[in-house]
Design a protein around this ligand. Structure first.
Ligand code: URA
Length: 232
């Protein structure tokens, strides 16, 4: 890639500031001062800026235990963003793989690999997301059996043209449900329970496909292993 692009990718410099740094002779490639922004460099090139070695950041894959009161969006609004909890360079390049509501807790994946993100979220891949859902009122007996059947068939949500894809519902206790979804519509869990007359008071995502939070506590994060990334 061009040297000015390399500088933008590896530092906070904009294209025009990168060109100025080159002009001021602050950049060396393999020990030699280079001023031409169009000079081609690759991962093997030893590029320094004011003596500091610069390296391209590869694609990153992170799992995070989202606490309440943190937002999954790209821009800062009322609440802090999930990626602000992650201490990695160029964290602004990480996007969440799907979203959780601000009051939902649990497993969030972040990456700068758009294709991988698409693989994880594509309903065709049938990558199940498991939610622990706490309801305001008990759901038991024949109402529970009806709910299991309706969620397995698909529910037509307000404002949608197609019903939800088949989902698996099991009750862990009279007020705590385990729901597995294979898609991710806006507020889907809350809207599905609203469609059967139930209000969700707490929502926690436990796993996405083969990945679960394990020992990761609220607010904690870690990078995925290569083997975990390859599972999708
Ligand atoms: N469904 C919801 O209603 N909220 C979430 O955060 C995730 C799924």
């Amino acid at each position: 890639m061009r040297l000015d692009r390399f500088l933008c990718e590896t530092t906070d410099l904009t294209r025009s500031l990168a060109k100025k740094a080159l002009h001021r002779e602050e950049v060396r490639v393999d020990g030699e001062v280079i001023k031409n922004p169009a000079t081609q460099v690759d991962e093997q090139s030893q590029v320094t800026w004011n003596g500091e070695r610069l390296a391209l950041v590869g694609l990153r894959y992170v799992m995070l235990h989202k606490p309440e009161g943190v937002e999954c969006s790209a821009r800062r609004g009322l609440y802090p963003l999930v990626r602000e909890l992650v201490d990695l360079p160029h964290v602004e390049r990480l996007q969440t793989v799907g979203r959780l509501d601000v009051d939902t807790t649990g497993l969030v994946l972040l990456t700068d690999d758009g294709q991988w993100s698409h693989r994880v979220t594509s309903p065709k891949r049938r990558c199940g997301k498991v939610y622990a859902v706490t309801l305001a009122e008990p759901l038991a007996g024949s109402a529970r059996d009806d709910a299991v059947a309706r969620f397995a068939e698909g529910v037509l949500l307000d404002g949608e043209e197609k019903p939800t894809r088949p989902a698996e519902l099991a009750m862990r206790s009279s007020r705590v449900a385990e729901l597995t979804l294979y898609e991710g519509k806006y507020h889907q869990v809350k809207r599905m329970f609203a469609a059967i007359g139930h209000h969700v008071v707490a929502l926690h995502r436990e796993s996405i496909g083969p990945l679960s939070l394990g020992q990761l506590g609220p607010g904690a994060w870690r990078e995925l292993t290569e083997e975990e990334v390859a599972r999708f």
